[in-house]
Design a protein. Structure first.
Length: 90
């Protein structure tokens, strides 16, 4: 499961993320209502404790990003749209 900490400091980030249109996204991400409902890399549950996070993300422009995502409303739509990049660890 992806427990995500959002940082405003690019130097703290383990993954730089760009928000893009659905057809341009590498990963479609769903935000479940609770941590218990989060499973897999496409279910991001945002937490306030950096130490408990599985990834620390910084939102930036597509030019600077390691990963492009689009948030989706349905869990069934979430998932990788391309082969998972080896350098991405969520």
């Amino acid at each position: 499961m992806a427990r995500i900490y959002h940082t405003s400091n690019m130097g703290e980030a383990t993954v730089r993320v760009a928000l893009v249109a659905r057809d341009s996204a590498e990963l479609l991400v769903h935000r479940p209502a609770s941590l218990g409902m989060a499973h897999g890399e496409a279910m991001w549950f945002f937490i306030d404790d950096r130490k408990s996070a599985s990834a620390c993300v910084y939102f930036c422009s597509p030019v600077m990003a390691h990963l492009s995502i689009c948030f989706v409303d349905r869990a069934a739509d979430a998932g990788w749209q391309v082969a998972r990049p080896k350098h991405i660890h969520l």
